[in-house]
Design a protein around this ligand. Structure first.
Ligand code: 13P
Ligand code: SF4
Length: 311
């Protein structure tokens, strides 16, 4: 980047010139969220990517999210500020191992969390996100065995919620696993009237304390709806940016990890995207997401099923 470049002004100019749309997840840095045309959860962002008339999608999120955008809108150019922005759930589920798991349970339908690679989606029957999973499971006949991958905490939560016994893959999110129950209890004692809003990627011992469990969008909606003045937040803390913007009269406190510091719960993958990299990927149209035609065709089917079965 040339010295003296006004990066924000250049992003505004290039966005018009390239007919680009900037999509951002709630876990991105507040500055990136404020530059975006649309901020949302995984399902909202998939729908936006499928519907946009822009020629270029700048996806400020992690790689699997940008891949979904490319699968749903293959004719668009999809760029990601940092191609290394992965996800621990994706890493926990290598496509070959997942294909073997599926082959070992041929009678099971595969319900797969969107936090996985395009290759794993290609081996799946239906994709779900945390905002539509329960609704989709309730549409699956009661006698149909289900396997759920890759997040075992979300799987266990859904199993308990729907009463469906599911075979679970052993993956976890490194961010949501870090919350400390001891620190959460300490915060609850300090703020006895504050409800706890948690993402279902949290382990059960954190969810047991939650008053609201849901996707990032639903946590944001809960923040607006509750009469409470203070809310304890057990998900990646960058979502607090939108919560504060929408509710300037309320206080949001991120639940910390064992060291008492809530910044240790920042998603290291989301943090790889910066405003400077957002600018350079829009300027250079690089790095671009590519999904080979066979993988795309196979991954599109379970994604289309998800969109058709979503509320
Ligand atoms: P949401 O779909 O709730 O936004 O979750 C995405 C994610 O990666 C949570 O860690
Ligand atoms: Fe993946 Fe967890 Fe980061 Fe979400 S917060 S992108 S699940 S590592």
């Amino acid at each position: 980047i040339a010295p003296g470049t006004d990066v924000r002004a250049e992003i505004a100019r290039l966005r018009r010139e390239r007919n680009a749309v900037i999509l951002a997840h709630y876990y991105q840095d507040g500055e990136i969220q404020d530059l975006a045309d649309f901020v949302g959860d995984s399902l909202d962002l998939s729908r936006k990517a499928a519907a946009t008339e822009a020629d270029v999608i700048v996806f400020c999120g992690v790689r699997f999210m940008a891949e979904v955008a490319k699968i749903l809108s293959p004719e668009k150019t999809v760029v990601l500020p940092d191609m290394k922005a992965g996800c621990s759930l994706e890493d926990s589920c290598p496509p070959d191992a997942f294909a073997r798991f599926r082959a070992a349970h041929p009678d099971h339908i595969s319900l797969t969390y969107i936090n996985c690679s395009a290759a794993v989606k290609a081996h799946s029957d239906i994709i779900v996100t945390s905002s539509n999973a329960e609704h989709i499971i309730r549409q699956i006949p009661a006698d149909q065995p289900i396997l759920f991958a890759p997040d075992r905490h979300l799987g266990a939560y859904l199993s308990a919620k729907t009463g469906r016994d599911m075979l679970l893959w052993e993956g976890t999110c490194i961010v949501h696993e870090r919350f400390s129950e001891k620190e959460l209890i300490r915060l609850k004692t300090e703020h006895p009237d504050a409800p706890v809003a948690a993402h279902p990627e949290c382990p059960g011992h954190i969810l047991d304390h939650a008053d609201h469990v849901g996707s990032t969008s639903s946590i944001l909606a809960f923040a607006g709806r509750t009469d409470a003045a203070t809310i304890l937040v057990a998900t990646e803390p960058h979502i607090i940016h939108q919560m504060e913007k929408a509710n300037p009269d309320k206080t949001f406190i991120g639940v910390p990890g064992a060291d008492g510091n809530c910044n240790c719960n920042d998603c290291p993958f989301m943090a790889m995207n910066t405003v400077d990299k957002l600018y350079t990927c829009l300027r250079d149209l690089d790095p671009q997401i590519q999904v080979d035609a066979d993988t795309r065709a196979a991954a599109l089917k379970p994604l289309d099923r998800m969109l058709a079965m979503s509320p």
